[in-house]
Design a protein around this ligand. Structure first.
Ligand code: NOJ
Ligand code: CA
Length: 699
């Protein structure tokens, strides 16, 4: 193992009264902190001398206490620098450099009660992070935050790629507008969302922007622990964003914390190229080191599932086939009687997986309760996570899978009833442990019970963490749907393997708005993906969705293949039905493609247009390249300079056929073999909504 850890830390004081600054190791990023004339904390950020954030205020409104906002003096300011290389147990790359300069500022109110507040800034070459620390306070042991007002005053009317600041769901299409034109309230009441709440003209994070001078910025947060999700309220006139925390109708504050405590990091990633944002590891770097130690019981994998067939309406989650998500989606059709999760069907998928080197099988609709799960007020407790339907023999499925080298992935649809789920964690996870199951897909469809809580508030943030910690104790890795957004927690809890938190592939099967447009993932790669791994579930080969004439996939088949490289996740689904892969030579790419990477390089891209990524598989040294485009066809040139010297690779190129087009002919593809080595360059034509996927195998 080449693994090295170098940590160095030096300390120095830098204080001019009322003003202090920090620069990134390469000196390009500068953060200036100063107090205004009335003692208001203010920070600004420049990149190579250009303003990125104009002087912006920091303020906390509190319950039963005056706001922490002004009248401060800088009592102390200490700088230090830090440098380490840490290893990801699984990830986009094995070794991650974490180099930054830090500034720790202690503020104290000049007059009674002389409360203090600390602000930590970390300046990296790829951006900044800052957080607040609340020290102990005389006479108070708990702080109730009614609002955090951290401002981000932009230096121009940038082009923004945003989803609304929904307190309950991230499954919105991205909009591309000027900051001055953001109107998130237009996104209210989407007919396909079982839960949605957009109280303000706010956006959720990551929100990515391109400035007029061509700089790329992305705003997000890191280490969201025991706090509320930060949305950013937009002031279109002032071109400014200000934090707006997700609240709860059950209490009159947004965050409750025992003193002392620290907030999550507020982050700004800065890059001269769009691809630089994808290659930035700022978000994980701002999280704490692995707390779980060895997690080799989880291995990155590809998986299949009894899943797409339900979304296509070919089978149902529930046993009776009467009241299910299909009923919900198909406007009340009932009595289909085609339960998907049967022992026999599971074996069919296991056989397909085993024949194609796929290691996981997800089975949804295996447990009782699905006949009463959606749209019911009293759905708390309908699922027990241990009782299979009579036509599903879970022990037999596990046994058969083991024999064939395929592990079962557990499914827990909590129906957004987290209290009931917490009560059942022990029994549910004990069953998994006894069956030797090491991963679970959780789900939280619907409005949260208890009423008044939202998916993204502090109460739910704590629920998701509790589940993660419980799962870790049982050696289970979690892939959460309808999750709290990713904020790099996977560094600390590497059993947080993947999550949804975006409009996934499923939307193509049933949405009433035409499905995900071809540009969707060319935006997602530069926005949602900066937060962390995505369970998008790629790999549809039958793109016209015959069972659903109103719906279709707006990409070509080569685009679907490219997603295995472009969209990062340590669990990647081959989501189509086994029969739809039959007779398709392109299945070879899904067999070959890696899921765990030694390194990843974004070769080229533009937000919302196209993106090309190359990744080297761990252990094998094989490389894979994926490129996708939006609704516009284009030529892309790939320079294979990233390959190691002196090695000829056997390449298989899966590309759009001459007639390929996401609308007219999505299934048209060609496969070409080539010998490729460092120094080679090749140009590929990507069809409208198309892509190219390349495997480069060592001889
Ligand atoms: C929504 C999830 O995103 C989807 O993958 C799942 O099949 C359904 N909920 C049912 O749990
Ligand atoms: Ca979902």
């Amino acid at each position: 193992m080449l693994f090295t850890l170098m940590a160095s830390s030096t300390l120095w004081h830098c204080s001019q009264p009322g003003k202090t600054k920090i620069t990134s190791p390469d000196k390009r990023v500068v953060v200036l902190f100063e107090l205004s004339e009335t003692g208001e904390p203010t920070y600004s950020v420049t990149y190579e001398g250009q303003p990125v954030i104009k002087p912006s205020k920091m303020k906390f409104e509190l319950l039963n206490q005056p706001a922490l906002a002004a009248g401060f003096e800088i009592k102390d300011a200490q700088s230090s620098s830090f440098s380490e290389t840490w290893e990801m147990p699984w990830g986009e790359q094995r070794l991650v450099e974490n180099n930054y300069n830090q500034l720790a500022i202690t503020l104290v109110e000049q007059s009674e009660p002389k409360r203090s507040l600390m602000v930590y800034f970390k300046a990296y070459n790829d951006g900044i992070g800052f957080r607040y620390a609340f020290p102990e306070q005389a006479g108070t042991d708990t702080l109730f935050i009614t609002e955090e007002r951290t401002e981000f005053k932009l230096a121009g009317d940038h082009t923004a790629y945003w989803i609304p600041g929904d307190w309950d769901i991230y499954e919105h299409l991205y909009s591309q507008t000027k900051v001055s034109e953001i109107d998130a309230t237009q996104k209210r009441n989407h007919p396909d969302l079982a839960q949605t709440y957009i109280p303000e003209n706010a956006v959720n994070t990551p929100v990515t922007m391109k400035t007029e001078t061509g700089l790329y910025l992305s705003f997000h947060e890191a280490n969201l622990t025991n706090y509320s999700d930060m949305t950013l309220k937009v002031d279109p006139g002032q071109l400014s964003l200000v934090s707006n925390l997700v609240g709860s109708e059950r209490v009159n504050y947004k965050v409750k914390r025992a003193l002392p405590f620290e907030t999550p990091w507020r982050t700004i990633q800065i890059s001269e190229t769009a691809g630089g944002l994808i290659d930035s590891r700022l978000i994980v770097n701002l999280n704490e080191a692995n707390k779980l130690g060895d997690i080799s019981w989880f291995q990155p994998m590809k998986y299949v599932g009894i899943w797409w067939e339900m979304h296509l309406g070919l089978s149902t989650w529930d046993y009776e086939g009467s009241q299910s998500m299909n009923t919900f989606l198909e406007g009340g059709k009932s009595g289909t009687g085609r339960h998907g999760a049967t022992t026999e069907n599971a074996k069919r998928y296991i056989d397909f997986a085993a024949a194609n080197g796929i290691k996981g099988l997800l089975v949804e609709g295996w447990n009782t309760g699905w006949d009463h799960w959606i749209g019911f007020e009293d759905r708390e407790g309908v699922f027990d996570f241990v009782t299979p339907y009579p036509d599903y023999d879970i022990e037999e499925v596990v046994r058969y899978g083991k024999e064939k080298g395929v592990e079962l992935i557990m499914h827990h649809e909590t129906s957004a009833a987290p209290r009931a789920y917490e009560r059942q964690l022990d029994t549910a996870y004990n069953l998994m442990q006894s069956l030797g199951i090491h991963s679970v897909k959780t789900g939280y469809v619907g409005k949260i019970i208890p009423k008044g809580e939202y998916h993204h508030g502090q109460w739910m943030v704590n629920h998701y963490r509790k589940v993660l910690e419980h799962a870790a104790r049982k050696q289970v890795a979690v892939n959460a749907h309808e999750p709290i957004k990713a904020t790099g927690i996977r560094r600390t809890y590497p059993n947080a393997i993947s999550r949804e938190g975006l409009r996934g592939q499923e939307w193509n099967a049933w949405s009433s708005d035409g499905g995900n447009p071809p540009e969707h993932l060319s935006i997602v790669a530069f926005t949602r993906m900066l937060a962390g791994p995505i369970d998008f579930t790629p790999g549809v080969f039958e793109l016209t969705l015959k069972p659903k004439p109103q719906n279709k996939i707006n990409t070509t088949l080569a685009h679907q293949l490219a997603l295995y490289v472009v969209i990062y996740s340590p669990v990647q689904m081959a989501c189509d039905l086994p029969q739809n892969y039959e007779g398709h030579p392109a299945l070879q790419f899904i067999r070959d493609v890696g899921v765990n990477w030694e390194q990843s390089i974004t070769l080229d891209g533009e937000v919302g247009d196209f993106v090309t990524i190359a990744r080297e598989e761990r252990d094998t040294g094989n490389w894979f390249v994926g490129s996708i485009t939006d609704e516009n066809e284009r030529d892309i040139t790939i320079k294979f300079d990233f390959l190691p010297e002196g090695q000829v690779f056997n390449a298989q190129i899966y590309r759009d056929g001459a007639q390929a087009h996401f609308e007219k002919n999505p299934g048209d593809y060609e496969i070409e073999s080539a010998q490729i080595q460092k120094g080679d360059a090749k140009t590929f034509h990507l069809a409208a909504g198309g892509g190219v996927a390349i495997s480069l195998m060592r001889n």
